[in-house]
Design a protein around this ligand. Structure first.
Ligand SMILES: C[S@@+](CC[C@H](N)C(=O)[O-])C[C@H]1O[C@@H](n2cnc3c(N)ncnc32)[C@H](O)[C@@H]1O
Length: 285
């Protein structure tokens, strides 16, 4: 088949199965199979493509498997990361969480020595920090062994030695030490919304999404426990879900942390909360 026939074939298969945006999906698939950009596929007139492989990939996509799982690859900032089913796929808005954390570390002019991340996933945040700051020790923990395995593969891929992985339910196995910064993008989807998520998102691990009744169950636990793991001037960076900012402000007001700033994402949704450990006089107020 010519490239145009292949595109047409893939597009029709997706359209017949009611996959959204069949043209775009066909282009993504062919650019993957031909190892080129979507624009370049049109330059490959009569490419050799194994039709069984093509059909099997089309079928996986029709079954709502995310492209990241099909390709075993995902992009986060400047990193190309391994990913597989069972591990949360990093989202573009989480780059804001990583960037805000990086900005803070830079502004502290090498005073930051240790960072803790809770909820490693494929390692996207921890690796971004460890790669940007080779002199900082990044500790990162997850309750999913599958996630930790993939994150370790990614750390080896970038030859990062300043990163330590721990199997832990939040702070349970974290050594009693004080960190300069704690960062987390925890599960924050309200349990009642899990059923209504896009079919593609429902292919991702529930453990990475489920934030309990109001979505803030884990966020609340982190806010309550973090102060005792932070140095005196330490910061907590958290990604939060849609419309959770007001509820979280109330939770923060009762904690040993002080809200510094809430950063909006690309859609104007309050997304990243920046908190600082209260000083003793502030806690006593
Ligand atoms: C939304 S994903 C974030 C993954 C990645 N850090 C990112 O930003 O893309 C949340 C992660 O937290 C992990 N997780 C869920 N509950 C946890 C717990 N109680 N303790 C530690 N990690 C947990 C999940 O396994 C998942 O990898």
């Amino acid at each position: 088949m010519s490239i145009l026939e292949l595109l047409q074939y893939a597009k029709k298969s997706f359209a017949d199965a009611d996959v959204e945006n069949p043209q775009k999906n066909a282009e993504i698939l062919l650019s993957y199979l031909l190892n080129c950009s979507s624009g370049e596929i049109y330059l490959k007139e009569n490419p050799l493509i194994d039709s069984n492989r093509l059909d099997s990939l089309i079928q996986r996509r029709i079954n709502n498997e995310p492209w990241a799982y099909i390709f075993n690859s995902v992009q986060f900032r400047n990193l190309e990361l391994n990913i597989k089913k069972g591990v949360f796929i990093p989202r573009p808005e989480t780059e804001i969480l990583a960037e805000e954390t990086i900005r803070k570390v830079k502004s502290q002019q090498s005073k930051v020595k240790s960072i803790l991340e809770l909820g490693t996933g494929c390692g996207n945040i921890a690796l971004s920090l460890a790669k940007t700051f080779p002199s900082v020790l990044v500790t990162t923990a997850d309750i999913s062994k599958t996630a930790l395995k993939i994150a370790k593969i990614n750390a080896r891929r970038y030859n990062l030695k300043n990163i330590r992985f721990l199997y832990s339910d939040l702070y349970k196995n974290i050594p009693r030490q004080k960190f300069d910064i704690v960062v987390s993008n925890p599960p924050y989807v309200p349990v009642s919304s899990l059923k209504t998520l896009a079919p593609e998102v429902r292919k991702e691990p529930r453990l990475a999404l489920n934030g309990g009744k109001k979505g803030v169950f884990i966020l609340q636990k982190i806010i309550k426990s973090t102060a005792s793991f932070l140095k005196k001037e330490g910061y907590l960076f958290l990604e939060i879900g849609i419309c959770q900012d007001d509820l979280l402000k109330k939770i923060i007001a009762q904690s040993k942390l002080k809200l510094i700033k809430i950063v909006k994402d690309y859609q104007g949704i309050p997304r990243v909360t920046i908190l600082r450990k209260k000083q003793k006089v502030e806690s006593n107020k």
